[in-house]
Design a protein around this ligand. Structure first.
Ligand SMILES: Nc1ncnc2c1ncn2[C@@H]1O[C@H](COP(=O)(O)OP(=O)(O)OP(=O)(O)O)[C@@H](O)[C@H]1O
Length: 645
């Protein structure tokens, strides 16, 4: 079947949608002379098809028995066929059939292929494997035979012809759509949409599908050309439309039967060749325009904030679990392995109280994000909650189905992720994006949703909020985009906000503004925050308590003042010592020797023992439990100081 070279869906995806994107693509196409010629030719064909009744000198079936098989003359500019029908008139009416069949069949192919591909790519798993095999099998079938079979079963006729051609091409659309959906489902904006509580069809058709617009337009225009060829071939073989109907393929067939007038083949032959060529050239032109405009879309560089010393906040009482908004109970998260699952997070128990700000600290790979994702029900494919449970406001939520989880996400728990540019959909205005959770959870639509979106944007400090509702994410700076993402997260009034490195991608000043905003919101809305960060300055500045993770385990939980002043686990002390402070009179920052053991290679005893200056034999012999919020066999006897070694 037809194989196509289409532009990189990543690029095509994010450039051709929305009014601004369409204008850019159109300008890009108009800069290419070949594409302009192709476009003009297609306009002429379209004009002929639309105005055939006025343009054609004769009716398409009107017969001039006095001049059969005549060459070009003043009476018949392009001659006549064997029964004296005017070639020019049939050519003009033939354009109408050609375009009707082409657009109709491509429309049918899209209607079948696009949802199918979306579902395969988005769902993955066995459905994807089965569907992909089906696409491969259909690739191996000669398309024209499939067309034959469909017409043989359903009979001739305009719709059946369109359906036959549509079925030939639908798997091509499914293949492209699947590829893009596979890539898009990994994107943060899809996670954000899930967390906002959107249903799968809404995510698929309103979030993921617009990203396909560019790729589908290019593929569609090339398939239009192929559809015209298939229609001509079927009509030529006599199984297209009834022979009376003026089609270019039937005209060619008539010419083949009347070789004594060789000119007869020229007009329909050239019409087919040039129309097919024009569709292809315009398709390639759109592809080039998408690729060209795509270059400017690289993500902005990330700056990391240098840690700044902060005075720890006064101690806050440790939350009692009965008041917990979110509670992890003995949570183990594991990834499927060849022989058995490998834990990524092990036996974590942690409760976050109402309006409490809790930091989750630890080196990269310690399992912070996996733990947070287990609460949101957003673990990646192949990773699962192997044991333990997650509770939200006293209700167990890890065993909820999609429907139950949708009610919790957005309205109960919301999330703000690291890179606002990838957490917001690039193809929708922010007004529309904030409107989605408002529609899903508060039932607000139209003007009411718009007014609420303006209020939310005002609340998070986006100036000129009403006007900015019509802007796209790329029109915002990183800090402003993060404010928009926060506004989206707040739309349904969550009681817990999970901020997964929400300020890490911002510059120092913006970082502190966004942090201040989160804390203000906590105070105003009585909202708890789980702050995942590497930044000890941020923790000291903004958190009530901190939980420190190391190699999948919680090693210490304490209020921030105590944790900073008197760490009880050697890893916490080492982590604090590795944090630069203005008082630190050191030329080089101390580092923790060795490396974090990767998942699957955790030792039997204390996971930190291999790097710990205080480790004894007892630390390596058996698992160390978390006792009084610290996981250290020697916690009672050690007095740790935060100093460079
Ligand atoms: N999709 C995945 N499939 C399997 N393992 C994964 C996947 N994503 C992450 N991991 C592994 O899970 C472990 C914990 O990763 P996680 O992202 O939770 O760490 P983190 O503490 O949040 O790190 P960072 O601070 O860098 O975000 C790591 O060993 C990581 O390699």
């Amino acid at each position: 079947m037809t194989h196509l070279s289409i532009p990189d869906p990543e690029v095509a995806a994010h450039t051709g949608s929305g009014p601004a994107g369409s204008r850019r693509v159109l300008t890009g196409v108009l800069r290419q002379p070949a594409a302009v010629v192709g476009l003009l030719f297609l306009l002429v064909v379209a004009g002929a098809a639309i105005f055939a009744d006025w343009l054609a000198p004769y009716a398409p079936t009107e017969k001039d028995f006095d001049h059969p098989l005549s060459g070009p003359s003043s009476l018949h500019w392009l001659g006549t066929d064997d029964v004296g029908q005017d070639t020019l008139s049939r050519l003009i009416y033939g354009a109408r059939i050609a375009l009707l069949v082409a657009f109709g069949s491509v429309g049918i192919a899209m209607a079948i292929g696009v949802p199918f591909g979306l579902l395969l790519g988005y769902r993955g798993g066995w459905r994807d494997r089965l569907g992909s095999r089906l696409i491969d099998v259909s690739d191996a079938l000669p398309g024209i035979l499939l067309g034959f079979a469909v017409i043989a079963v359903l009979g001739r006729g305009l719709f059946n012809l369109m359906l036959a051609i549509g079925l030939i091409f639908c798997m091509g659309f499914a293949r492209t759509t699947r590829a893009v959906a596979l890539a898009e489902r990994q994107k943060l904006y899809v996670d954000a949409a899930k967390v906002a509580g959107l249903r799968t069809p809404a995510i698929l058709f309103r979030q993921v599908l617009p990203n396909l617009a560019g790729a589908l337009i290019v593929q569609g225009s090339v398939f239009l050309a192929s559809a015209i060829m298939v229609e001509s071939a079927l009509s030529f073989l006599g199984i297209g439309l009834e022979s009376e109907t003026p089609t270019w393929g039937a005209m060619l067939s008539n010419a083949a039967a009347n070789t004594q007038q060789p000119f007869l083949a020229l007009p329909p032959g050239l019409a087919i060749v040039f129309t097919v060529l024009a569709f292809n050239i315009v398709g390639v032109g759109i592809g080039d325009a998408l690729t060209g405009t795509g270059r400017g879309l690289s993500r902005r560089g990330r700056k990391r904030r240098r840690p700044t010393p902060q005075a720890p906040r006064p101690a806050a009482p440790v939350v009692s679990e009965s008041r917990a908004v979110l509670e992890f109970r003995d949570v183990t998260v594991a990834v499927e392995g060849r022989k058995r699952p490998t834990p990524l997070v092990q036996d974590v128990s942690l409760a976050i109280g109402r309006a409490e700000v809790v930091a989750l600290l630890g080196e990269s790979g310690s399992g912070k994000s996996m733990l947070a994702r287990s609460a949101l029900g957003l673990l990646p494919a192949g990773v699962e909650l192997a044991s333990g449970s997650v509770w939200f406001e006293g209700k167990r939520i890890d065993d909820l189905d999609h429907r139950g989880m949708r009610k919790i996400r957005g309205a109960g728990m919301a999330v703000v992720l690291q890179d606002p540019m990838s957490a917001l959909s690039p193809v929708h205005t922010i007004g529309r994006q904030i409107g989605e959770p408002l529609r899903a959870h508060a039932g607000l639509t139209g003007k009411a949703a718009r007014e609420r979106a303006v209020e939310l944007l005002d609340r998070v400090g986006v100036e000129d909020a009403r006007r900015r509702l019509n802007d796209y994410p790329h029109q915002f700076s990183g800090g402003m985009a993060q404010r928009v993402a926060i506004a989206m997260a707040l739309a349904a009034g969550p009681r817990l906000l999970i901020a997964d490195e929400a300020t890490s991608a911002l510059d120092v000043t913006t970082q502190s503004q966004v942090l201040d905003l989160l804390l203000e919101l906590r105070d105003d809305l009585d909202m708890a925050i789980l702050l995942i960060t590497h930044d000890l300055g941020v923790v000291a500045e903004s958190c009530d308590r901190a939980a420190v993770m190391y190699a999948g385990e919680l090693v210490e939980v304490n209020d921030v003042t105590s944790l900073f002043d008197k760490p009880r686990h050697p890893y916490t002390a080492a982590l604090l010592a590795a944090n630069p402070t203005s008082e630190a009179d050191v030329v080089r920052l101390p580092t923790i020797p060795g490396r974090v053991p990767p998942a699957g290679e955790w030792p039997v005893g204390c996971h930190f023992a291999g790097r710990c200056a205080y480790a004894r034999t007892e630390c390596t012999e058996r698992a160390v439990p978390l006792v009084h919020d610290v996981r250290c066999a020697r916690a009672d006897e050690l007095t740790l100081e935060v100093t460079s070694r």
